[in-house]
Structures are given as C-alpha cells and as structure tokens.
Design a protein around this ligand. Structure first.
Ligand code: SAM
Length: 342
C-alpha cells in the first residue's frame, strides 16, 4: 500500500527521519559540546531497539523513506548492529549512519553486514593537533583508520566538516583532496548556532559564498550541480576537474522550505525542527501500549500543524548571538544538538 502523503502547514512532506540512539559522545567538539559538564539521559529512558523498530514502521506508514541513525555518537550504543539488522529489511530508500569514526575501524564491517547502506562521517580537520584542540581528544589517527575501514566497505560515503574561521578554514582544498582519495564526497557545513553551540559567534561562521569564492580563486570556475528534485540540505557543486562537493549553508542561506526531516531522540522525543523548543514524547505512548494507529495519529497531528522554519528565523535576527544560553540548556537538555541528533 502506498504510504499516505502527510503534509505540514507549508506543504512539506515527512520523508526523512533521524533517529538518535544515544546522547553520549566520545568527543567534545568546540561547536557542539564545549562545556565541561552535561546531564545525560538515564539508561531506562532510552528506547529499546524493538521500540525504535516499531516507531520506524509507523513513520514508514506516514511516508518516511530515509532513516539515519545518529547521536551523540551512535557507535557508543551497545549492540548497534542488532538495531541495524532490525531496520535493514524495511522498505527504505536509504539507511545511513552519522559517526565521528572513532569506533569505525571495529564497526564498519559488522554494520555493513548487518545491512547498513551508507555513512556520513564527520571529519573537520586533517591536522592532528587541530583535532585535539577542536575535540579535546587525541584520537585523530584512530579516526583516520576508521575512515579507511569505511572506504573499504561502503560506497556513497560523505565526509562532513564544520568550517570555522581561524580554526580549519584553510583546509577546504586538503579536505577535498582527501575525500577524493578515498572515493567519498566532501561536504562543508556552515557553523550553526544550534542548541549546544555555546561558543558560537557570527564572526566564526564562514559563509557558503566565501567558501565558494576561495575555491573559485584556487580552481577557477565552479558549476552548481542542478538537482531540482533534491531535498538534501547540501547544495552541490562541481570543480573543473569533475569533483563534486556539497555545502550546507544552514546559517546564511537555510533550506527550511524544503525540509522534510524529523528527529527522534534516544529517549523518544519527536522534534520537527532542530531549533524547535518543544517536542512530542513518544516513549509514554509506546510503553503504555498504544496501538500503531494511535501513535501514528499523534505524529500525524504534530506534523500537520508544523510551521517550523527555525534556521530561516535565525537569519532574520539582527544581532545574532548564541541561540540557547547554557542556563537554558541545563534547564532543558533536550535543546542540545547532541540530544536531538545532528
Ligand atoms: N557523533 C556523530 C558525528 O560526529 O557525526 C553524530 C552526531 S553529530 C551531532 C552530527 C553532525 O552535527 C556532525 O557532522 C557535526 O559536525 C554536526 N554539528 C554539531 N554541531 C554543529 C554546529 N554547531 N554547526 C554545524 N554542525 C554541527
């Protein structure tokens, strides 16, 4: 049966679901988790794999055809391969995972065997000392081994780098070269002022226009890759030598109008925007034994009333500073990107 077309108030369908499987992370990236202390979800509150699988079935019934597992760092969730096995046979166009690659050397192959189709790997720098400064960890060589393991197992891998002025904005070209060397596509992400980015400042953002200008100076003409049907966050471009890369301009030129994404946190909160203040708690519905139809109805009602344009609304703010201050994050940790799933 064709899934019903669920449409929000701006005519946007629900197609893509990001499922966070843990809020824990083994890095402390400057742009995501710069604080010393965090409040973690308790283990009893995490959705069990069977609950996630059930939810994914319900979302598929509502039109979702792409699922991405994320976190925190998803590879920290124990027995993740089992969850992938549960999801692998569902009628999805894409089943992907976003990871920082620290544990990927061990898990690239088992996850592939379990049915994972694609990886997005975060790689902000090729310079080990910078990695230490950016993440407060020393595992750059481990990350690089993880990426090599992934390159042997997967096609269509994307490498994601958050570009920050004065930190890694001189690495556009080396990152493009590295991505090409392992057959991956590079994507440059503008530094976003999402919840958790408590050190954000507009001066640290390198706008897409500036990234493209720098690459144009270096390589000559850059052609936009036309993809009229795409709802992917990245706009894609081609260098004169044919290499294609993406830029995610969520800070200076956001794509809210095309956004078909929703998120479920590791403890079952459903969010319709990365910037949304409120979510819908699905765990109580699952655990009190609601039928699939009743849970679908609750999700449907949320999506049908969705009017979020979080990133676009941020662009309209004149004196743009940190979006959610630390005190508000402490009061409601679900506002953190690492809870919500990037
Ligand atoms: N731990 C996994 C990883 O590192 O890919 C998955 C979770 S992480 C929150 C998902 C993505 O969000 C990463 O690519 C990360 O770079 C991105 N991210 C986090 N904070 C960001 C920010 N302030 N601006 C832009 N991207 C951000």
């Amino acid at each position: 049966m064709e899934p019903m077309a669920l449409i929000d108030t701006l005519g946007r369908p629900l197609r893509s679901l990001r499922v966070s499987v843990t809020d824990r992370c083994n890095l402390r990236c400057e742009y995501c988790m710069p604080e010393e202390e965090y409040a973690w979800l308790s283990r009893e509150d995490l959705l069990h794999f069977e609950e996630i699988s059930r939810l994914v079935d319900i979302f598929i019934g509502l039109g979702v055809d792409k699922v991405r597992l994320t976190g925190g760092e998803p590879l920290l969730r124990r027995h993740l391969c089992h969850l992938v096995e549960l999801l692998a046979d569902k009628p999805l166009q894409d089943l992907a995972l976003t990871t920082n690659a620290i544990l990927l050397e061990e898990f690239a192959q088992p996850l592939r065997r379990a049915g994972l189709r694609r990886l997005n790997i975060s790689l902000d720098t090729l310079v080990p000392e910078r990695f230490v400064r950016l993440t407060r960890q020393h595992d750059h060589a481990t990350v690089m081994r993880g990426i090599q393991a992934a390159a042997r197992e997967y096609d269509g891998t994307k490498l994601d780098a958050v570009i920050m002025r004065g930190i890694n904005d001189d690495e556009l070209e080396p990152l493009l070269d590295f991505a090409a060397s392992i057959g991956a596509e590079m994507r440059f992400i503008e530094y976003m002022d999402v919840g958790g980015a408590t050190r954000w400042s507009s001066g640290t953002v390198v706008p897409r226009a500036e990234m493209l200008e720098r690459l144009r100076e270096r390589f000559g003409g850059i052609a936009a890759v036309e993809e009229p049907a795409s709802t992917a966050p990245a706009d894609r471009f081609a260098l004169p030598d044919g290499r294609v890369f993406g830029v995610i301009a969520s800070t200076t030129a956001p794509f809210c109008r095309d956004c078909d994404r929703a998120r479920v946190t590791a403890d079952g909160m459903f969010y319709t925007c990365l910037y949304a203040a409120d979510g819908l708690a699905l765990r109580p519905l699952l655990r009190r034994g609601d039928t699939a139809g009743a849970i679908a109805g609750a999700i449907e009602a949320r999506w049908e009333s969705r009017a979020d344009r979080g990133a676009e609304e941020r662009v309209a703010v004149r004196e743009r500073t940190v979006f959610v201050p630390v005190s508000a994050l402490r009061a409601d940790p679900h506002l953190e990107m690492h809870k919500r799933g990037g």
